[in-house]
Design a binder for this molecule. Structure first.
Ligand SMILES: [Cu+2]
Length: 209
């Protein structure tokens, strides 16, 4: 505030100077005052920008914290799961070049419980709507299950006893994505377990029309 008043005081002192010098110096003083006010305005603008950025960061951090705390118990529990007792000799397969015109292709993956306790399968889902998977165990056939959140994948409770075996029949429809679905593809089928990390099977293919 004092700095804003100073030009007025200077003006008063200046009136004692010779006329020419008076006008030159008065212009300089007012110019300086104008620049000073502009500088304050800019500082305020920058301050607003900084406050805006900080507020945005706070909102983002809040959303991240909220989404993490909003996780379901099931998802949170997944982080503490142990290694799978279920093992598979083949966990990935390459269909090679397949044609949309020739229709769906399928592959059966086998797995076995090598652990000492039962393994409980709680859900089966695929990574994409073009892929379906059926679970075949001693209890029978379940599915076909689809993409997580999009297809049919209700919770299940399928127990594989120690030494027990199961199969997953995977069906891929190369035409599901229409003409744009050509090229290399990579899909995953997941067998979610109640107390272990999911058992995953994947396949690749090169899709042509
Ligand atoms: Cu797909």
């Amino acid at each position: 505030m004092r700095s804003v008043i100073r030009p007025f005081l200077s003006e008063v002192i200046l009136t004692t100077l010779p006329r020419n010098e008076f006008f030159v110096r008065r212009t300089l003083i007012w110019e300086r005052a104008f620049l000073f006010v502009e500088k304050i305005k800019n500082m305020k603008k920058n301050k607003d920008i900084v406050i805006g950025i900080l507020a945005s960061l706070a909102i983002v951090a809040g959303l991240i914290a909220w989404s993490q705390s909003a996780e379901t118990g099931e998802t949170a529990a997944l982080k503490n799961l142990g290694p799978s007792q279920l093992v598979a000799n083949e966990s990935s397969f390459d269909f090679g070049t397949i044609s949309m015109a020739r229709g769906k292709v399928s592959r059966v993956f086998k797995f076995r419980n090598d652990g000492s306790g039962p393994a409980v399968l709680s859900r089966v889902y695929t990574s994409c709507m073009c892929t379906e998977a059926s679970l075949i165990s001693a209890a029978g056939r379940l599915g076909p299950f689809g993409m997580l959140g999009m297809g049919f994948n209700p919770p299940i409770r399928e127990t594989i006893p120690p030494g027990g075996e199961g199969e997953v029949e995977v069906v891929f429809d190369p035409a599901a994505h229409g003409p744009a679905g050509v090229g290399r593809i990579n899909r995953v089928v997941s067998l979610e377990q109640a107390s272990a990390a999911p058992l995953e099977f994947s396949f690749t293919a090169n899709v042509i029309p």
